[in-house]
Design a protein around this ligand. Structure first.
Ligand code: NAP
Length: 452
């Protein structure tokens, strides 16, 4: 029973694992899973989204690898849906197709100056420090002051990496040019700016505490009185713990700090100003408050902060995927409980998992139960004999267009060998050329950068 999964990030790999396990548990014939990815490397956001200095989260790869090693699972890299294969071809080649392509776009702030040099959407900035082959060449040389917009875990990752020294990051899997570039800034001030209060922040307490207790980094919280909120019984424990962590950080003595983190709540960006050369020089933020209707509104009080780097970490957004039905409202693949819908009708044999299904929320593990639910629906349809019969041999023809699991293992070995030289577990091969060299193929043409 051949089934295709498009996207070999955590949600795709969890779906593969669930397909193999659930089909066996139901006494169905074994499922042969083809796991496609547009990159020659598996693991998606675990490899290219999780911060390099969070090795314990990156270690999820070891668990995911067991699924890739499974004899019923075949990894097929370097295949982009819409280029090397079309939706129609995949549908004809398999009983069922599961899309696990995540969110490829970013939320924009829509303020003047957002397109100045030195202003980066977090999706691109994170891709850069993680060595994604499509990442733009970020320059931070000489930067002294940075603004990070948003109160989510991505904002925390970015702020933390900017507040760490290159020496503190040398033990990570960062590609050498990225590490060297990070060694060229002189950032003394990081402004973490949120349009709402600490009680509304999306970040998790563990990540927040880590940021607030970095060595030699002093923390201030603005505006005055923002932490004087009464604990509300309606809050979950995370919110109370976040407030407690921020209060404790304000009390912490840091003699001769190397850098400062300024947490600025209830302020929203309204403009970024640039130099004659078009590089960001300052950001203006406006104080906000809730009006009588409970809506967030500007007060007209402005604050201008000199910065030479801005990272907008205000969220990811799904983008339409080659011919696959898309819901513009939710920014996800159009579906009902994981079954893809075309207009009002279900598109038989097509399913979705992960961020492409739910939007960009939840930690890596959230994808496991989510994938299991979609796979259960798929196998129900299979047992009800609703799924189409695949065209014999077509799956193998499509698979031949891509790179193999053995190719990925060559990249993996090359990265581990590089890592040994820097005394760490691995160093990423960043850039198409290096990846293709490792598997002995010419570099493909650069993919179109998706626009958000
Ligand atoms: P997120 O958690 O949704 O946070 C987005 C932040 O951006 C919110 O504070 C939001 O504020 C703010 N925002 C949105 N639009 C804005 C605007 N126009 N102006 C100003 N602020 C705006 O998104 P994320 O940080 O990108 O994270 C995505 C997911 O990945 C999350 O589930 C996160 O937990 C997960 N993640 C986890 C880890 C980890 O576990 N270590 C690391 C990274 C990411 P409002 O609340 O006011 O809208």
């Amino acid at each position: 029973m051949p089934v295709a999964i498009v996207g070999a990030g955590p949600s795709g790999i969890y779906a593969a694992q669930a397909l193999v396990a659930q089909a066996a548990a139901r006494g169905l014939p074994p499922v042969a899973v083809d796991l496609y990815d547009r990159l020659p490397t598996p693991y998606g956001l675990v490899r290219y989204g999780v911060a390099p200095d969070h090795p314990s989260i990156k270690a999820i790869m070891t668990t995911l690898e067991k699924t890739l090693d499974h004899p019923q699972v075949r990894f097929i890299g370097s295949v982009n849906l819409g280029d090397q294969i079309t939706r129609e071809q995949v549908r004809r080649a398999y009983h069922a197709v599961v899309y696990a392509t995540g969110c490829q776009g970013e939320v924009r702030l829509g303020v003047e100056g957002e397109h100045l040099a030195g202003v980066w959407p977090s999706r691109q900035f994170v891709a850069w420090y993680n060595g994604h082959p499509d990442a733009p060449p970020v320059q931070v040389a000489g930067a002294c002051s940075a603004a990070v917009i948003g109160l989510g875990n991505v904002a925390i990752d970015v702020a933390r990496l900017l507040l760490k020294t290159a020496d503190q990051l040398a033990g990570t899997d960062m590609a050498q040019p990225v590490l060297e570039q990070l060694g060229t800034h002189h950032i003394r001030d990081v402004w973490l700016i949120g349009r709402r209060g600490p009680q509304h922040a999306a970040f998790t307490t563990k990540e927040l505490r880590e940021l607030l207790t970095l060595d030699e980094v002093a923390v201030s919280v603005q505006p005055d009185g923002v932490l004087d909120v009464q604990d509300d019984p309606a809050w979950d424990r995370r919110v109370s713990a976040n407030l407690a962590a921020l209060r404790a950080a304000g009390q912490r003595e840091v003699p001769s700090p190397r850098a400062r983190l300024h947490c600025v709540f209830f302020h929203r960006p309204v403009q970024m100003q640039g130099s004659d050369g078009g590089h960001v020089q300052a950001i203006t933020v406006e104080r906000t408050r809730f009006d009588q209707a409970g809506l967030l509104t500007g007060t007209g009080d402005l604050l201008t902060i000199p910065v030479d780097l801005v990272v907008n970490a205000v969220g990811y957004r799904g983008l339409p995927l080659a011919d696959v039905p898309f819901n513009e409202l939710t920014g996800t693949v159009a579906h009902v409980q994981g079954r893809i819908t075309e207009g009002a009708a279900p598109s038989v044999g097509e399913y979705v998992v992960g961020w492409a299904k739910r939007g960009p929320y939840g930690v890596v593990g959230t994808n496991k139960s989510d994938a299991a639910a979609t796979v259960s629906a798929l196998l129900d349809d299979m047992q009800a004999e609703l799924l189409p019969t695949p065209q014999p041999g077509l799956a193998d023809t499509l698979a031949e267009r891509g790179s193999t699991y053995a190719d990925w293992q060559r990249i993996d070995s090359a990265e581990r060998a590089q890592g040994q030289r820097r005394g760490c577990q691995r160093i990423k091969l960043a850039g198409w050329e290096q990846l293709q060299q490792a598997i002995g193929q010419p570099a493909p043409p650069a993919w179109e950068q998706p626009t958000g």
